[in-house]
Design a protein around this ligand. Structure first.
Ligand code: NDP
Length: 447
């Protein structure tokens, strides 16, 4: 029997190989902690050094993106694609345009994506990409020229059977349109190389809604397992983008009350609760990069809290849907002390490790992002198959498919996370996703 792996030794090895990549270290720590017992119990995994191979991306492409702004001044940004693992399908994962983007952040997101994609049950590998370009305050002409320059390099590394990017923070339908237009222009191919496309050119119904709706479906299934429901529950949501507004909308459909939204300038507290009309206004308003959520107060009332986060507001459920590390230890204590019964990650790893520990110790139901927000990539997977088959499916059909996929993900996590103290969904998501990918890697031999 090969020597078992010790968590501390493994993390020292990671830190030495990827110094200063703290976001990446944190996510590796979280996953490895969960899967280590199953690795150490399996001599084949140990002998094949599966864990050591999985934390090393297949490749990272980094490139210059030069473009001219509206004053004709030349701007230079850096573009990336982290192709982490294609053991179970073509690389798949979003593109993020935000000033905070670094290799460490994209490695953390790409690593998470491997297990998330495996959980969907669809054949997709893990990847992530993006740029430190900040679209806020940029005109649509500037965004278009940036996207065209970005794709002029990226196109060599992607393709429908190779790597299929999608949107993420700062990359919505407009940016995907510019990127696809340039891809098609350079290659001459009309295919499913990008997902999140407009409906007129191969996009899938339900893709915009899928992540936010999916997170609420996951919440619904978690509550259902405790004979509870969303109806009548008060919910605090962070973010005001794609995931947040669709999660808020689905909470309303289920009879819950949404009290907050937020953006990088602060948070909005509307004690009367959001309505579909208010959410539609936010979506339209925030579609302009750089528009502030604070303008909501002039339109509908409520209170604006500059530079604050919404976690001090009394609620039954918290749905962090903005960005990573947006909910810290003190925030988690406040939520738990105020009687919050569930926290579900609409964003990718919005809870810090300390916050996660508080939530766990307080026996608050916790839906991890790699499971709860997998609805978006699942719908992207269905967009890929529609593009390959040159077919399109109806919204109703896809809504039913999304609901079923999220139920399956919930049940898979519950099965693999079952323990003496109830279900640990975070552990269940890691173990189930890992097993599938590890077994595929074993089958390929040493590659
Ligand atoms: P959007 O760009 O549509 O919205 C992001 C929202 O988060 C905006 O309201 C933005 O505010 C806010 N935000 C961004 N960075 C910060 C920050 N540092 N501090 C406070 N607020 C911030 O992105 P999405 O809704 O698509 O993505 C949100 C999260 O969900 C991300 O973690 C993403 O990785 C994850 N995710 C998204 C999926 C999708 O399908 N879109 C799929 C799975 C996960 P402002 O407008 O002021 O910048």
């Amino acid at each position: 029997m090969p020597e078992p792996i010790k968590l501390d030794d493994f993390m020292d090895w990671i830190a030495e190989r990827s110094p200063e990549q703290t976001e990446f270290h944190q996510t590796v720590h979280e996953v490895v902690q969960s899967v280590l017992p199953c690795v150490n119990d399996n001599p084949d995994y140990l002998r094949a050094r599966i864990l050591y191979r999985l934390v090393e991306p297949d490749r990272i492409v980094s490139f210059r993106v030069a473009w001219a702004d509206d004053r004709n001044d030349v701007q230079v940004n850096r573009g990336y694609r982290v192709q982490f693992c294609n053991a179970i399908g073509p690389y798949k994962g979003g593109l993020r345009f935000h000033s905070s983007v670094t290799e460490s952040i994209l490695k953390f997101l790409g690593f998470e994506q491997i297990f998330k994609n495996a959980l969907t049950g669809l054949p997709m590998g893990g990847a992530k990409g993006g740029s430190d370009f900040d679209p806020r305050g940029r005109s649509s002409g500037e965004i278009m020229r940036f996207c065209q320059s970005f794709m002029t390099e990226l196109y060599r590394h992607i393709g429908p059977d190779v790597d299929v990017p999608a949107g993420d923070i700062g990359v919505g339908e407009a940016e995907i349109g510019y990127l696809f237009g340039q891809y098609k222009r350079i290659t001459g191919h009309f295919n499913g190389t990008l997902t999140g496309k407009g409906l007129e050119f191969g996009g899938s119904c339900m893709r915009p809604e899928a992540t936010g709706y999916g997170a609420v479906y996951f919440l619904e299934d978690m509550l259902h397992s405790r004979d509870d429901a969303i109806e009548g529950r008060s919910v605090v949501v962070s973010g005001a983008g794609n995931v947040a507004t669709h999660a808020a909308e689905k909470i309303l459909h289920r009879g819950g009350k949404v009290l907050t939204l937020s953006d990088s300038g602060g948070f909005l507290h509307d004690e009367d609760g959001l309505t579909e009309e208010k959410i539609a206004w936010v979506r339209k308003h925030k579609a302009r990069h750089g528009a502030s959520l604070a303008d909501y107060v002039g339109e509908f009332g409520g209170e604006w809290h500059e530079d604050k986060k919404p976690w001090g507001v009394d609620c039954d459920v918290a749905l962090p849907c903005a960005t990573q590390d947006e909910l810290g230890q003190e925030d988690a204590k406040r939520l738990a002390n105020n009687g919050c019964i569930a926290v579900v990650e609409g964003a990718n790893r919005p809870l810090t490790i300390d916050a996660f520990q508080v939530v766990k110790d307080a026996d608050v139901l916790f839906g991890p992002g790699k499971a709860a927000n997998a609805g978006g990539v699942a719908m992207s997977g269905l967009e890929m198959s529609q593009n390959s088959a040159r077919l399109s499916r109806s919204a109703e059909d896809l809504r039913t498919a999304l609901r079923q996929i999220m139920r399956d993900i919930h049940n898979t996590c519950a099965e693999h996370g079952e323990g003496k103290q109830g279900v640990d969904y975070a552990k269940g998501a890691n173990v189930a996703g890992f097993r599938k990918v590890a077994d595929a890697l074993l089958a390929f031999g040493v590659v």
